[in-house]
Design a protein around this ligand. Structure first.
Ligand SMILES: Cc1ncc(COP(=O)(O)O)c(C=O)c1O
Length: 379
């Protein structure tokens, strides 16, 4: 532990909700000044939307705080079925299963699609949960360069030549949370099809915002895309997660998945909150588009000022700074002026690529962009 340098040590900070819609207040750190939130994944600000709170409160009263059991014992409530059905219908998938978290859903997803004979190919920057799921499945993990479909195809070709009997599984995210980048999913699916591979897409940071009416960037892709995962912990503003798949894989998951079976069902108030968020997202299809428009404006201005960002096309804008110290310096600099953006350092991102992750969210106070640019210009 002593070998962890101070610039890389993690500390847990405590927050309360600020007076402004997009503000957070650090607590227990002396001056309690509200900070404009450019760090959380509450992209649509739904975590404190009155309709979501009301929906959670209503189910809290009727069904209690927790489910008290797994889905197969006593944990299933009507709110779980309502949410699963509504999501399946919205996404055009045959089956949806709820999970207490996206991390757990990803473990279940990989384990449902891979066993120890499956070659699993994952984007080099895939989320930790997908990698742990692969490990738990006993499958052999191969990595391809980030969003590089030529490299992916090369790996696939090698797998199919070496192990012609075993269907490979490809893992990716539709929007990479620390990069703001997305793969060409349609092309990816067609390459998977060519090699008989299955595809699993984690829509954690896109669902509710990106793709047609916020249905995710993989929406409309079928064939090799066997399953998508999504979380309610980000744009939905709540907690919990889901997997959406076809009937056949759904039945396999239901019968065999330990990650689904051996866990307390999603807390009913969280299921109610997720359903209320979904209904709001459905009736406000412009929210995602407006957010993208705002984010594009931020991107253009940041690039104009000379900041280096990946090939971004989303509301996640990482400013690549290089050293941990520089990223921490910029975090502190912004914080002093009332803006919260967190320094992201290895092992979350590769060595030498520490960054400031700006997550653009709905209803930021006026002049946020101008103010942030001005602070960053100070050097
Ligand atoms: C890409 C991705 N997938 C899955 C998860 C896990 O989701 P949850 O927070 O619901 O466990 C996260 C959150 O960190 C994520 O960024």
């Amino acid at each position: 532990m002593n070998s962890i340098p101070s610039s890389r040590r993690r500390t847990i900070r405590s927050w309360s909700i600020g007076p402004g819609e997009a503000e957070l207040v650090p607590i227990g750190e002396g001056v309690q000044k509200p900070l404009v939130d450019l760090a959380s994944n509450d992209y649509l600000g739904l975590s404190r939307h009155p309709e979501i709170i009301k929906a959670a409160q209503a189910v809290l009263t009727t069904d209690g705080v927790g489910a008290g059991g797994s889905r197969f014992i006593t944990g299933s409530r009507s709110i779980h079925y309502s949410l699963e059905e509504r999501l399946a219908n919205w996404l055009g998938r045959e089956k949806v299963f709820l999970f207490p978290s996206g991390f757990q859903a990803n473990l279940a997803a990989v384990m449902a699609l891979a066993d120890r004979y499956t070659p699993v190919l994952a984007d080099r920057l895939c989320h930790h949960s997908l990698l742990i799921g692969t490990k738990a499945s006993g499958a052999k993990l191969l990595r391809f360069k980030h969003n590089d479909l030529e490299d992916m195809e090369k790996c696939l070709r090698r797998c199919v030549n070496n192990k012609p009997k075993h269907q490979p599984l490809v893992l990716t995210e539709s929007l990479f949370s620390m990069e703001g980048t997305s793969p060409d999913l349609a092309k990816m699916a067609s390459i998977c099809d060519k090699y008989g591979a299955n595809l699993l897409v984690d829509e954690a940071h896109a669902i509710g915002i990106l793709g047609p009416d916020g249905k995710g960037l993989s929406h409309g892709i079928l064939g090799p895309l066997r399953m998508i995962s999504g979380t309610f912990g980000k744009a939905f503003g709540g907690g919990g997660a889901f997997l959406a798949t076809n009937k056949l894989i759904g039945e396999r998951l239901l019968q065999l998945s330990g990650a689904f079976r051996y866990t307390t069902a999603l807390a009913p108030p969280l299921a109610a909150a997720a359903l209320a968020s979904l209904e709001l997202i459905i009736v406000n299809p412009d929210w995602g588009l407006e957010l993208q428009k705002d984010a594009n404006n931020w991107l253009t201005k940041l690039q104009h000022d000379g900041w280096k960002l990946p090939n971004v096309n989303s509301h996640i804008l990482p400013i690549i700074l290089g050293t941990d110290e520089e990223a921490l310096y910029r975090q502190n600099q912004l914080e002093k002026e009332g803006y919260l953006s967190v320094a992201i350092r290895p092992p979350t991102v590769p060595e030498g690529k520490s960054r400031l992750r700006l997550a653009i969210r709905k209803n930021l106070p006026k002049k946020s962009l101008e103010n942030v640019l001005e602070v960053l210009r100070k050097g």
